[in-house]
Ligand binder design. Structure first.
Ligand code: CO
Length: 263
């Protein structure tokens, strides 16, 4: 039995996200010193940018091909995505396809950050334990998630409900889906919110945070909130920078490693 771990991230060229990914990779290497650990990017676009910059990063299928050629028999592919959407389900399909094709004895996929009903509570508790203190009565905290057309989008609303059950001032929205910024602004103006702490619910505070969250364009969340008369305090801290969230990803990897050994 020769094991390997593939950390499957969406991918980013942004310093914050790259640093977070390097840190989580280091944690995984320390926790599994006997096992080869490699990083792969699931975004074809980002892999293209990396290749053009002379810093090519493997895709997950390419990493699996290479590991198979190196004689690896058991692979845990750990999703570093936030919710189970297109990328995570793509990893499940890939793992199934590789198992059917033969070669590997086993390929297991570790869950993304938010996994299942209990996962929502766990993530929300972890974030609130590290979240902002010293807020005043008319302040709110707003997380900007990515959003997806995939059914997994339902998790953003689940996270919002879980935040609300603990702290009415904390909200979760999505950039490319509902609950979007229009819905959120309506809610804020209706409840007299004067100031908002704005944070990304993304692996890293990278391109989307810089452009869609705090960018100068008329469509960024910061501009939209300010146009609605709400002061904005951006906090550029990605999910990969919360120790408690990294711990959740590491637990999902432990589960995948356990499944890997059970055959
Ligand atoms: Co995007």
């Amino acid at each position: 039995m020769k094991k390997a771990i593939v950390l499957a991230a969406f991918g980013s060229r942004h310093d914050n996200a790259v640093a977070s990914l390097a840190r989580i990779t280091e944690c995984v290497r320390r926790a599994h010193p006997e096992t080869q650990v490699c990083v792969a990017y699931t975004s074809k676009t980002i892999r293209g940018h990396m290749a053009r910059a002379g810093e090519a990063v493997e895709s997950v299928p390419d990493a699996l091909d290479r590991l198979l050629a190196e004689g690896v028999t058991h692979v845990a592919v750990q999703s570093l995505h936030l919710i189970p959407g297109t990328e995570f389900h793509g990893l499940l399909e890939l793992a199934n396809e590789r198992m059917l094709r033969g070669g590997f004895s086993r390929v297991e996929v570790g869950f993304p950050l938010v996994a299942g009903e209990a996962g929502v509570d766990r993530v929300v508790d972890a974030i609130l334990a590290e979240a902002l203190h010293g807020r005043s009565e008319h302040d709110a905290v707003l997380f900007m998630g990515h959003g997806t057309k995939h059914d997994g989008n339902v998790y953003y609303d689940c996270l919002h409900q879980a935040f609300q059950a603990r702290d009415k001032a904390v909200h979760m929205g999505a950039m490319e889906a509902e609950p979007g910024i229009d819905t959120i602004i309506e809610r804020f103006t209706g409840s007299g919110v004067k100031r908002v702490y704005l944070l990304p619910f993304l692996f890293g505070a990278g391109w989307h945070a810089a452009r869609d969250m705090v960018g100068e364009e008329a469509t960024s969340w910061k501009t939209r909130l300010e146009d609605a008369g709400i002061e904005c305090v951006p906090v550029l801290k990605g999910a990969g920078e919360y120790d408690a969230l990294v711990d959740i990803w590491l637990t999902h990897l432990d589960d995948a490693m356990r499944r890997l050994s059970r055959c």
